[in-house]
Design a binder for this molecule. Sequence first.
Ligand SMILES: NC(=O)c1ccc[n+]([C@@H]2O[C@H](COP(=O)([O-])OP(=O)(O)OC[C@H]3O[C@@H](n4cnc5c(N)ncnc54)[C@H](OP(=O)(O)O)[C@@H]3O)[C@@H](O)[C@H]2O)c1
Length: 273
Amino acid sequence: MNASPLTQSIRLNNGVPMPVLGLGVWKTKSGKECKDALHWAFEAGIRHVDTARIYGNEEDVGTAVRESAIPRKDLFITTKLWNGDQKEARKHLELSLRNLGMDYVDLYLIHFPIASTRKQAWKELEKAYKDGLAKSIGVSNYTVPHLEEILSHAEIVPAINQVEFHPFLNQTELSRKCSEHGIVLEAYSPLAHGKRISDPKLVRLAEKYRKTPAQILIRWAIDKGFVVIPKSVRKERIRENSEVFDFALTSEDLAEMETWNENFRTCWDPTGA
Ligand SMILES: NC(=O)c1ccc[n+]([C@@H]2O[C@H](COP(=O)([O-])OP(=O)(O)OC[C@H]3O[C@@H](n4cnc5c(N)ncnc54)[C@H](OP(=O)(O)O)[C@@H]3O)[C@@H](O)[C@H]2O)c1
């Protein structure tokens, strides 16, 4: 096991530190594929894993954690409440904990803002937080109007809003809204799901820094103050994606990347939900 974990973290609005880089496991197959990915991530120093009930691999995440022998307190594990389960959030968090074989998660998120159930679900998450089942709670796929709604009734302000974010989908108004309210933005699909890795502008920048396009995209998110969770099931890419703490993008290059936005979305669009 790597003796030097990647420790760069960001403090959430409840004081809890969250590692800025994690491993995403959406579309990572249950079984060997998932366990190997976590093993390689831990080897590369990653201590943060992003799963969800709907990914079907919570049990594998739990097994890989136990096999790693890394103390639980040194890990940051996120899972999410699936849409159809929002009416019984507590029950489903407890089920996720059983799947994971853990007595708490570090972060529990409402996966998607379902209009009829999201308010009720947040109340349940607040209770679960107070009871210690989740060390932090947050939301995912919330747009500005969704945030305004939750802020109007929440007793606890979400610690995180996990949304699709990369230079080709640079949601400046949403990111401003999050920072105004002390909500950390967590960038999902930070590699645009692999679809823009050969973009010539990105490749040129990667050559300039002697880094790979994926590393530039991950570093962009970190330099913007986000948490970032690239997914890979390949050992060499997991390592590559972790080697992003030995450089930073210049303010000129960050400014140039601000012009790359195309509202290019690779995952679901929560606008109007
Ligand atoms: N809350 C939500 O609604 C939501 C939605 C989407 C995603 N997420 C979270 O965000 C995580 C990441 O998003 P994502 O999985 O959609 O996409 P992503 O991380 O943007 O991209 C993953 C894709 O890029 C490839 N890849 C990984 N590293 C690479 C590298 N260094 N060079 C070239 N290609 C590379 C992967 O292939 P290989 O695996 O073959 O390497 C995979 O096809 C998910 O796993 C999940 O945890 C959350």
